[in-house]
Design a protein around this ligand. Structure first.
Ligand SMILES: *[C@@H]1O[C@H](CO)[C@@H](O)[C@H](O)[C@H]1NC(C)=O
Length: 342
């Protein structure tokens, strides 16, 4: 009897002991996430308005870090990072760092030619990297302005201008933000690459980044700068939708603008490797395909140029799995690709 109660007592104490250990660990976790948030704030120069905002941002940071760590603990071929976007919510992120307005009904209402239709897939190189061919300018940063569409447009235009003239010229996103405002394109409030190509054609070209530098805010159109075009395009074409083989034909020939679900947390927090898995297809972000290749383990990928600065992803670029089972492509990348023609 005595030994039974002693056993019971022991059990209760052991249990209490475990509970208090758990509580201590929670507290330590809390302290460590607070410390990590502080370090993160220092790294990214984040300043909050006061204690209330800091507490609220800490909660968002905590949830984002939990997501990032759960993905990194898995066996994926890519990894995520608590980057500069780690203290904002999904909605805040989509509103301020993307900006692609998907056309109603997709690109299907309009028929453009597809000049690479008859290219033989067998004749394509197994890899292509327009960066090494001098057709890609350094990574840019759209900041807190939803004008990804302007950066995507300019990236593929810089490519075709280099291929047709031999000159790599950094072109002006701000001109599109300020001057391409009479249609769907609305500066930091979003836009569409095809509409921007149309604006550039009608406008007789685009001026340089240096002449009309990026400010990250909506401004009024400077017509003196606007009239000083440095490069032009003749037209633009849509790649057949939901067809990665056609996309490869186009990318083998020139950089191509694409829309993706950039608000998906896998994309938002991407740090390195070949992104794959369960990414959404809610198209909200314009980027540019600047190459493709095959990783050492045989995984096929696209090389994409983003506009979130060089600390994001692989020095500002992302590799995304190519030829996935879903015909829309990873994160919807095959849904609405297009390119300018010279
Ligand atoms: C592709 O080939 C078909 C059949 O020969 C031809 O009708 C079509 O014009 C070609 N398309 C292009 C873009 O060259």
């Amino acid at each position: 009897m005595a030994s039974y109660s002693q056993g019971l007592l022991f059990a209760i104490l052991a249990c209490a002991c475990v509970l208090s250990t758990l509580a201590a660990r929670d507290l330590a976790d809390d302290r460590s996430i607070v410390a990590r948030h502080e370090q993160w704030m220092a790294k990214y120069g984040r300043v909050y308005s006061g204690i209330a905002e800091k507490a609220q941002r800490l909660e968002v940071f905590k949830a984002n870090v939990a997501f990032i760590e759960s993905v990194n603990a898995g066996t994926d071929k890519f990894w995520l990072e608590a980057n500069q976007f780690a203290d904002i919510t999904d909605d805040e992120f989509r509103a301020t760092h993307t900006g692609y307005k998907a056309p109603v009904g997709g690109n299907k209402g309009r028929k453009t030619g597809f000049r690479y239709a008859n290219v033989s897939l067998d004749a394509l190189p197994t890899s292509m990297d327009w960066r090494t061919k001098g057709a890609v300018t350094p990574i840019k940063d759209q900041g807190q302005c939803g004008c990804c569409w302007a950066f995507s447009t300019v990236a593929s235009m810089e490519g075709i201008v280099k291929l047709s003239t031999g000159k790599l010229i950094s072109l002006s996103e701000q001109e599109l933000v300020d001057c391409d405002v009479d249609g769907m394109d609305q500066g930091c409030e979003g836009g569409l690459m095809d509409n921007a190509f149309e604006f550039i054609i009608n406008n007789g070209g685009l001026t340089t980044e240096g002449n009309y530098p990026y400010t990250g805010t909506d401004g009024s159109c400077n017509s003196n700068k606007e009239s000083n075009a440095a490069a032009s395009i003749k037209g633009y074409e849509d790649v057949p939708a939901n067809d990665e083989a056609s996309l490869q034909k186009a990318v083998a020939a020139q950089p191509v603008s694409v829309a993706v679900d950039g608000g998906d947390n896998l994309f938002r927090f991407y740090k390195g490797g070949v992104l794959s898995g369960d990414c959404g297809t809610e198209l909200d972000h314009g980027i540019a395909v600047v190459g493709y290749g095959v990783a050492s383990d045989g995984t096929k990928y696209w090389v994409m140029k983003n506009s979130w600065g060089t600390s994001w992803g692989e020095n500002g670029f992302i590799r995304m799995e190519r030829d996935v089972a879903d015909e829309q492509g990873l994160c919807g990348l095959a849904m609405q690709p297009s390119y300018p023609t010279a």
